[in-house]
Design a binder for this molecule. Structure first.
Ligand code: 16G
Ligand code: MG
Length: 544
């Protein structure tokens, strides 16, 4: 059964905006993301692809999230979520790019049918797509285009309206596992809150949380969702005192403006509003609540930030201890996955102090996620605060079935089982990661200062370099080295050699038209100087 006529008619209602000659819409590390006024036709076409994807995946539900995360309010984005809540399979990113760039509506219909034939997709089989959006006002127009594509392709769909990105990932997995032994949770937003709240109570088990936690929600969707979640925590079981700030979603133009996790990480300072008081434990979400940064102002030493590397090493150390207490050390392979941006001191701490394996992957959550799945327990975080901890089915079974030999062992097993429910298994989730951090701090009876004292970061610098053509730069060795242009890496090596404890790499950004240079060295001065020198090399090669 072809849907040609319906697709053709609907497509004309959501035209694609032609880009400048030679430019293509591309499904990048985080889907299609750009100025919202370019996205209506793109979203319609993504709807067509998600219907194909669902049919290809035996009619399982596929997710579509409309968000531009930490980008300014005028942007938006659209990305596809696969049946188990993971990011879209990489091969299909190419198909998404091809479909979206079909020059005419007729070409679009032709390519849609060709994909169905080539991939042996039965267009008469059922399809299901579920979707949500962040608080951007443009989101409404985009979901209308999406729904039109789903009508035209005779797909079943559910509009979950406003959601955080990780909530949509949760719902996709919950939908596809409903009623089977691996059920991920109740298929509703409330189900997500209930699962987290119950796991939080179990993981805390009468331990106390010190003081108030202030949460900056970037004036995005995380604000109302966090407030809603808090209602599910039984006050008599956990004393969790949270102050929700920057949660104004009625003024869309202030989304991510001078607040949020990306602001804190890139500016290395707290949001100016509300003014942060010394000693107050604070964290920030980003605009779609999948990134998390902790920080506070130390009354003695000033601002201190605990980023993705710190969250990762905290989680790895705690889970490692629990595994040992549970008597599972010899059975469980725990690994930590980082990118080249991870501070070298965190890598040294994890390998030498925690004695855990570390693997480095290219930037982009999907790469880290994939490698983390290879461990029994895989901890992955990008320095920017996006990450999670994955538990294999074998690990879950062991937490459930191992006979505890002592009350301490039972406690460790119970805590591990609770953590596996608390930590979002589909994607990085600021709310769930925040609860994990609170649990760990409560168990260890740590303040943020104790956490910060675990190791000292190497001074580092990140520089953005405008180049004529960023595509000249090819990387190898998980982005730690350049293979092209020829000669560039040798020059970088030559500079790095001149400094103590130094490291530097350059790569083309996947989200902007620029290169990024990262450097670290024994002193702040040296890290800065090295970054400048490597940036000069990149600038020179980029203009050739
Ligand atoms: C995207 C990625 C993020 C990565 C960033 C790098 C996802 C969901 N997001 O935001 O993981 O750190 O791009 O940006 O994969 P860059 O390529 O411009 O440095
Ligand atoms: Mg985000």
């Amino acid at each position: 059964m072809a849907h040609d006529e319906k697709i053709l008619a609907a497509s004309k209602r959501h035209p694609i905006v032609p880009l400048e000659k030679g430019q293509l819409y591309t499904y990048g590390t985080a889907g299609f993301r750009m100025r919202a006024d370019l996205l209506e036709g793109v979203t319609f076409r993504v709807g067509l692809l998600s219907a194909l994807r669902s049919r290809k995946q035996n009619s399982q539900a596929i997710g579509v999230m409309i968000t531009a995360s930490h980008n300014p309010a005028a942007d938006n984005g659209v990305k596809i979520v696969d049946p188990m809540g993971e990011m879209l399979e990489q091969d299909w990113e190419r198909l998404a790019t091809a479909l979206v760039n079909s020059p005419t509506d007729e070409d679009l219909v032709k390519l849609y049918n060709r994909l169905a034939t080539d991939l042996k997709i039965d267009l008469g089989s059922p399809a299901k797509v579920i979707y949500g959006r962040d608080t951007r006002p443009s989101g409404y127009r985009l979901v209308t285009a999406l729904a039109d594509a789903l009508e035209a392709t005779e797909s079943e769909y559910v509009d979950y309206k406003l959601l955080t990105t990780p909530q949509l990932h949760y719902l996709v997995r919950a939908t596809n596992t409903e009623g089977n032994p691996l059920s991920y949770g109740e298929v509703s937003e409330a189900g997500y809150y209930k699962k987290l709240a119950s796991a939080f109570v179990r993981a805390m088990k009468s331990r106390k949380i010190d003081g108030t936690l202030t949460v900056d929600c970037a004036n995005g969707i995380g604000g109302p969702k966090l407030s809603e979640f808090l209602k599910y925590i039984p006050k008599d079981k956990v004393n969790f005192d949270v102050r929700v700030v920057n949660d104004d979603i009625l003024r869309p133009e202030i989304l991510n403006l001078n607040c949020g996790a990306d602001y804190v990480k890139t500016k290395q300072r707290p949001p100016p509003i509300p003014k942060l008081q010394p000693g107050v434990r604070t964290c920030s979400f980003d605009g779609d609540a999948d990134r998390l940064m902790y920080y506070w102002i130390d009354p003695q030493t000033g601002f201190f930030m605990l980023d993705g590397d710190r969250i990762s090493s905290l989680a790895a150390s705690f889970i490692g201890e629990l595994i040992e207490s549970a008597g599972l050390k010899d059975e469980m392979r725990i690994g930590v996955v980082q990118t080249a941006y991870a501070n070298g001191a965190s890598t040294t701490y994890i390998t030498q102090h925690l004695k855990l394996e570390v693997i480095c992957t290219p930037t982009g959550v999907k790469h880290l996620h994939h490698v983390a799945q290879g461990f029994d327990i895989g901890v992955y975080f990008e320095a920017n605060g996006h990450g999670t901890v994955l538990f294999s089915p074998d690990a879950l079974l062991a937490f459930e079935e191992k006979e505890p030999q002592s009350p301490a062992q039972k406690d460790a097993l119970d805590t591990l089982a609770a953590l596996a429910d608390l930590i979002n298994q589909t994607v990085g989730d600021a709310l769930s990661d925040m609860l994990m951090v609170e649990v760990i701090l409560a168990h260890k009876r740590w303040t943020l200062r104790d956490w910060a004292m675990t190791y000292a970061d190497l001074p580092n610098r990140l520089v953005r370099v405008e180049v004529g053509n960023k595509d000249l730069f090819w990387t190898t060795d998980a982005e730690r080295r350049l293979s092209h242009p020829e000669g560039a890496q040798e020059e970088i090596d030559g500079e790095v050699k001149k400094y103590k404890d130094a490291r530097s790499f350059a790569r083309a950004s996947g989200t902007e038209n620029a290169c990024r240079v990262y450097s670290e060295a024994a002193t702040r001065y040296e890290a800065h100087e090295l970054a400048e020198r490597v940036a000069n090399i990149i600038e020179r090669y980029g203009s050739q």
